[in-house]
Write a protein that binds this ligand. Structure first.
Ligand code: UD1
Ligand code: CA
Length: 486
């Protein structure tokens, strides 16, 4: 097997994005466009990978370094292209890093959804001897490079290029002509170059050296190497794939949004194929990985981020955002709940009920059958099986025992302005409404805290603890009356 070296072009400005952010750092499904490409590349285990940077190079390289930390085992190098004189010029910058004995796989950093098996078969076609291009039929090919094939049974006379508008997989490829340089007849061709090719490196280097910029954009077009290959008698193989999503590029916010929807729909279909029931596949966003057990129901407008696991029979109500969390079997997440485990994660136990309008923050660990109701916030706290906090409450840095009932409006005062402290509520405690538990503090097992109490010391097990002003009732109290004018 010939070794594969990858070149990813990511130096362009992305003018049509009209953004300060370099184009390849715009997000698709929560990840930079370039991250999608490098993740796919990593799965191919190439010998090396060169990323060409230019516009916003420091930002792009910093993002890639962060990404590489999570993806060991890929040898990634950066080459800066200054100024950016076109895609051919970009690959010229990488050429000195490419060993002559390999296959160079060239990818665009702004074509994020290319699949590993597609690349693998392109590499196979190249086989270290041929030029292999990936192409696709576009209903609207405006802006793309057209695949010009030999007209079937007609002599190549230079005028009648293309042999008809759609791909004719059999006909010999003669050239790629960029949209701006194309004749009217060539513009009618719908088969376009995807931006992906695999080329024997030795040949590539020779062709790159022959590139000129005498075209309508004054750029060195990588795509011009096709005509050199044809002139040299090398075989140019073009594979037209049906799956457009894989080769759709991002050049504008509209294209980014279209690709996002296309990608999300594909993920929704994959989930449904596993048996997940989605109220509306068009109203689901997965920005990361979502693993589901059997009989999971997800209502409309839910967003899943990072790594999320939903156990058997989990129900997620409408308008929930769930990030980095593990939800055990039978749990119900009611509408408008926000769960974000960040790095620490969130776990929700079997059969727990959460929401509506609940907020679970990093380190929230709910046991089986726990109830968290509306406007309850839980952070870095463990709630043992059967504990309940049903209304308007805060639990931060708390350890809550089994069957505790945490009353409406109660809070753990966990922060003294400098340090965080822990609150321990032992099993079977009842905390009355509107209590303040000033940490560090322990409420002994089976105890009761009277509503409205501010607890500043540990309380003994089994006791009723109340801190409250004495009730005074003034008999026959006459409310002040408004003065009547004279
Ligand atoms: C390119 C192809 C076109 C193809 C299309 C597919 C050329 C000349 N044209 O056109 O045939 O249909 O991709 O999406 O190759 N870049 C650099 N340095 C540069 C210029 C570009 O690194 O000097 C990078 C960009 O960041 C981008 C990629 O190369 O990731 C493609 O550049 P872009 O300007 O978007 O090329 P297109 O005009 O789309
Ligand atoms: Ca492009």
């Amino acid at each position: 097997m010939t070794s594969v070296d990858v070149v990813i072009m990511a130096a362009g400005k992305g003018t049509r994005m009209k953004s300060r952010l370099p184009k390849v750092l715009h997000r698709l499904a929560g990840r930079a466009l370039l991250d999608h490409v490098t993740a796919t590349v990593a799965s191919l285990k190439p010998r090396s990978c060169v990323v060409i940077t230019g516009h916003g190079a420091p930002e792009v390289e910093a993002e890639m370094h962060r990404w590489a930390l999570d993806t060991p085992g890929i040898d990634m190098q950066f080459v800066r292209q200054e100024p950016q004189l076109g895609t051919g010029h970009a690959v010229q910058q990488a050429a000195p890093l490419l060993p002559c004995d390999g296959i160079t796989l060239i990818l665009n950093g702004d074509v994020p959804l290319i699949a590993a098996d597609t690349l693998q078969s392109l590499i196979g076609q190249c086989g270290g001897r041929h030029m292999a291009l990936l192409t696709v039929d576009m209903p609207d090919p405006t802006g793309y490079g057209r695949i010009v094939r030999e007209a079937p049974h007609a002599d190549w006379d230079g005028d009648d290029l293309g042999g008809g508008p759609a791909a004719d997989a059999g006909a010999r490829v003669l050239a790629i002509v960029e949209h701006k340089d194309a004749s009217a007849a060539q513009r009618a061709i719908r088969e376009i170059y995807s931006g992906v090719m695999a080329v024997p490196t030795q040949l590539l280097k020779g062709w790159l050296a022959r590139l000129r910029n005498d075209n309508s954009q004054g750029e060195y077009y990588l795509t011009d190497i096709v005509k050199f290959a044809v002139a040299d008698g090398a075989e140019v193989l073009a594979t037209c794939i049906a799956d457009r999503l894989q080769v759709d590029g991002v050049n504008s916010p509209v294209q980014l949004a279209e690709l996002e929807r296309g990608f999300q729909l594909r993920q929704a279909q994959a989930l449904m194929a596993q048996g997940v029931r989605l109220a509306d596949p068009a109203r689901l966003d997965v920005r990361g990985t979502l693993a589901c057990g059997q009989d999971v129901d997800i209502d409309v407008n839910c967003i899943f981020e990072g790594r999320v696991q939903l156990g058997d029979g989990v129900q997620v109500g409408a308008n929930c955002i769930i990030a980095n969390a593990t939800i055990a079997a039978g749990a119900v997440i009611h509408p408008f709940t926000h769960i974000d485990g960040e790095r620490a994660g969130v776990t929700v136990g079997e059969g727990a009920l959460v929401g509506p309008f609940a907020r679970l923050r990093p380190g929230a660990q709910l046991g089986a059958g726990v109830h968290i109701g509306n406007f309850v916030e839980v952070k870095n706290s463990t709630l043992a099986a059967g504990a309940k906090a049903n209304h308007l409450a805060y639990l931060g840095d708390a350890t809550v025992g089994e069957r505790v009932n945490y009353g409406a409006g109660s809070i753990t005062a966990n922060y003294d302005g400098a340090n965080k402290h822990r609150t321990v509520i032992e099993a079977d405690v009842h905390i009355g409404s509107n209590s303040v538990l000033v940490a560090p503090v322990t409420i002994g097992a089976g105890g009761t805290v009277g509503g409205g109490s501010t607890i500043t010391r540990d309380t003994p097990p089994g006791a009723l603890s109340v801190v409250r002003g004495k009730l005074i009732s003034v008999a026959n109290w006459a409310r002040p009356a408004k003065k009547t004018g004279n």
